[in-house]
Design a protein around this ligand. Structure first.
Ligand code: NAP
Length: 256
């Protein structure tokens, strides 16, 4: 039985679906006690139940990462009822692909919603669990993107690109500040991963999918499970001397 994350308590946001769910399952397989957080309590409960059915340790909490007070309340509840969290994966996110020149109301709404979830949400949850992470010399894994580096080849909303650049900046800033506490902070940069987040784009925009695949040396889109391995690496002692960096899990997208 592998146990790279034995004795760890891991919080994963947005773990009711896609990449977060795959990371939760992977962490449980490595022996972590997994706390599945999602705005959707039903999908969060299903992820936790599926993990328990496979003999892993998991429970779920309904949490909207944009609600700072709720993030603090959840962290306090976890500390009382479960214990000190030593791994945090900031994964919850949304995407909308309106150009900046699209309908102004839509563009403003996209900016507000995407920033609130994809960037402010990362701040809210990290701040809420900071005490526990410092006390445990914990590990933070932020889910960034290839959009942390580029925009033109894979047009996306400016909000999404800005938020994912921000996630990388936040990762570097926290790594610099928290290293003296023994807290490691890293990011993962997924390429195109087949999840509900992009199901409509994959169904309706074959040209965009072709751009992705034409620039992916491995010649396929990723699966959520492709992100679990890097996430286990960054949360475990295998990466004991790794902080402030981003592990790209993009099939080589940025190489061609
Ligand atoms: P997904 O399957 O849609 O999963 C995201 C989860 O986050 C969903 O369960 C969603 O719930 C939840 N969520 C949304 N808003 C939330 C909030 N305010 N508070 C808490 N949870 C919330 O998407 P995914 O593809 O796995 O994406 C996970 C992360 O990977 C995101 O940060 C995304 O930007 C990033 N990423 C994805 C790709 C890709 O190609 N898929 C590539 C690069 C980076 P609902 O379903 O109820 O909204």
């Amino acid at each position: 039985m592998p146990a790279l994350l034995k004795n760890h308590i891991a919080v994963i946001t947005g773990a009711g679906s896609g990449i977060g769910r795959a990371i939760a399952v992977g962490y449980a397989h490595e022996g972590a006690q997994v706390l599945v957080l999602d705005i959707n309590g039903e999908t969060a409960a299903k992820t936790a139940a599926d993990i328990r059915a496979g003999s892993g340790k998991a429970q779920h909490f309904t949490l909207d990462v944009t609600d700072r007070a709720a993030c603090r309340a959840t962290a306090a509840k976890v500390a009382t009822e479960v214990g000190q969290v030593s791994i945090l994966v900031n994964n919850a996110g949304i995407n909308r692909r309106n150009a900046f020149t699209a309908d102004p109301d839509a563009v403003v709404k996209d900016w507000q919603d995407i920033m609130a979830i994809n960037l402010n949400g990362v701040f809210n949850v990290t701040h809420a669990f900071l005490g526990a992470l410092r006390a445990t010399k914990g590990r933070i894994v932020n889910i960034a993107s290839i959009q942390s580096f580029m925009h033109v080849r894979t047009p996306n909303s400016p909000a999404y690109t800005s938020a994912k650049h921000g996630v990388l900046g936040f990762t570097r800033a926290l790594a610099a500040e928290l290293g003296k506490d023994g807290v490691r902070v890293n990011a993962i940069g997924p390429g195109l991963i087949e999840t509900p987040l992009n199901a409509q784009v994959r169904a309706n925009n074959p040209e965009l999918v072709k751009i992705f695949l034409d620039h992916t040396p491995l010649g396929r889109a990723g699966k959520p499970e492709d992100i679990a391995g890097p996430a286990i690496f960054l949360a475990s002692d295998l990466s004991a001397y790794v902080t402030g960096t981003i592990v790209m899990a993009d099939g080589g997208y940025r190489t061609i």
